[in-house]
Design a binder for this molecule. Structure first.
Ligand code: AMP
Ligand code: ZN
Length: 470
């Protein structure tokens, strides 16, 4: 039984989806106005991890992630550059999709663009107008009246009565602080500075506010109530607070059952953010020769609710950790080559069951990824320690178990490729191993020389010998 920390109730709760074995989840995706930084990618790695964990535990997961391709920032920056909104956002959307592919974020069932859901947003605003929760301001824009939604502030712990003075105003901007909680814009009437960014709709000429986008898209694909909504902690207020107000205000009932928020990626103790200028992109990481999967490994070394500090040294040690796992996978795959489908020995069953049990119990505890990684390392250590006792069939089973656990991590261990070494070099390697086992050192040296004549060198690694092309 999986326990998840729900921001709404501020405690770990037993996760019970609406429908048995089926989970609907929504993650707030990128605003495509620039290359996302690796802080943003921590959020997407975390929601991918959650979806992977649920799938590993037997749930069928529908995971929707939006792409914010119209908001204050996309309009502002496309105009600065003098290109159309579409052309501008398409460039960064493409970069985002490439980045998540290289991070092997693969659980997203569907990406939804805000600009393709204007109709749904308009209907939702109409429902709010009909209920008297939304109203039109003198500027022609439509606002949400927060005093009409008594539980406004429950997610973020904001008390409306403390805000009486400020709450009389109205907020046009998409982003603002908790101290400035007030009526927020659902629909922004066109102003000349919006340029071409407008839609002619029954609400008039204008564009949606940012918050209505996620309410409309999540409910379209997941229903008026769904299981999980994810995002970074900075989205709790105002974005998620406003999503709840909009969705529950329009249709009643509970909008989201479990609110899951990831902690920040920090640099020198401060949140990594575009506005602070203390950010790196995934491209910066790759330019330093670091595998994007090492960044993912780095993220998984901390629990998703734990803030983590980014340093290049920490990333380098994550790269080492990743290499350790990948070379263990390669070793097991190599040792399993040409294995017959025979029953593995009892010890292998024990190791495989232990791995599965340890990973399951780590995930049950609010998706404890550091604990799950530790279970993976323990498994690898035990396999190396007892390597002499395993047959090819045993290795096949061990490799399969490793790949099965990788459904949680997504390091793509199954896709690991055995270096292309000619058959004769392989047999010479085996002959050399046999000679060494029998302590026939001279014979072993002869095999080594033959191997070298064929253009390969032998590296004796801690996982056993390996041939490498010279
Ligand atoms: P944005 O494109 O700014 O809307 O952010 C996309 C996602 O990244 C949101 O879920 C944010 O909460 C998350 N995010 C932004 N900065 C960080 C950070 N430094 N650490 C972790 N998550 C972040
Ligand atoms: Zn959102």
């Amino acid at each position: 039984m999986i326990m998840l920390y729900n921001t709404r109730t501020r405690k770990k709760e037993l996760f019970m989806p609406r429908e048995e074995h089926i989970v609907g989840m929504y993650s707030c995706g990128p605003t495509v106005y620039n290359y996302p930084h690796i802080g943003n990618y921590r959020a997407y790695v975390c929601s991918d991890l959650l979806a992977r964990a649920l799938a590993y535990l037997g749930y069928s997961v529908k995971h929707i992630m939006n792409i914010t391709d119209v908001d204050d920032k996309t309009i502002r920056d496309s105009q600065k550059e003098g290109v159309s909104l579409k052309e501008f956002t398409a460039r960064y959307e493409q970069a985002f999709l490439e980045d998540i592919a290289s991070l092997r974020i693969r659980t997203i069932t569907r990406h939804t663009r805000a600009t393709e859901h204007i109709e749904e947003m308009v209907s939702l605003i109409q429902a709010l107008l009909k209920k008297g929760i939304a109203y039109r301001g003198e500027d022609g824009s439509i606002y949400y009246s927060i005093e009409k939604f008594p539980s406004y502030g429950a997610l973020s712990g904001l008390r409306l009565q403390d805000l009486e003075a400020g709450a009389s105003g109205r907020m046009q901007a998409d982003e603002y602080e908790k101290e400035h909680a007030q009526d927020f814009a659902l629909w922004k009437a066109w102003v000349p500075s919006d340029g071409e960014a407008y839609w002619e709709t029954p609400l008039g000429k204008g564009r949606p506010g940012w918050h209505i986008e996620c309410s409309a898209m999540s409910m379209k694909y997941l229903g008026q109530q769904f299981d999980i909504h994810c995002g970074g902690t900075d989205l709790i207020f105002p974005h998620h607070e406003n999503e709840i107000a909009q969705s529950e205000g329009a249709y009643g009932g509970q909008f989201v059952r479990y609110w899951i928020h990831n902690a920040w990626l920090l640099v020198d103790g401060k949140k990594m953010a575009k506005s602070a200028g203390n950010f790196y992109t995934l491209r910066d990481v790759m330019a330093r020769g670091v595998d994007p999967l090492a960044f993912k490994f780095f993220c998984l070394t901390a629990h998703y609710r734990q803030p983590m500090n980014f340093t290049w040294e920490a990333l380098a040690s994550a790269q080492q950790g990743l290499c350790h796992v990948q070379s263990a996978a390669l070793h097991m795959k190599e040792m399993a080559a040409h294995a017959e489908e025979e029953a593995p020995c009892a010890r292998v069953h024990q190791l495989v069951d232990q791995l599965k049990a340890d990973i399951t119990s780590a995930l049950h505890d609010d998706v404890n990824s550091p604990q799950a990684l530790a279970a993976l390392f323990d498994f690898i250590k035990a396999v190396y320690k007892e390597k002499k006792s395993f047959t090819r069939a045993d290795y096949l089973e061990l490799f399969r178990a490793l790949c099965d656990s990788d459904r949680v991590f997504g390091f793509c261990l199954e896709e690991i490729v055995i270096p292309d070494i000619p058959h004769e070099v392989r047999s010479l390697m085996e002959e050399r191993e046999r000679a060494r086992k029998e302590k026939q050192w001279e014979k072993a040296d002869e095999f080594r020389m033959h191997i070298e004549e064929k253009g390969y060198a032998i590296e004796d690694t801690s996982h056993g010998p390996r041939a490498v092309k010279r």
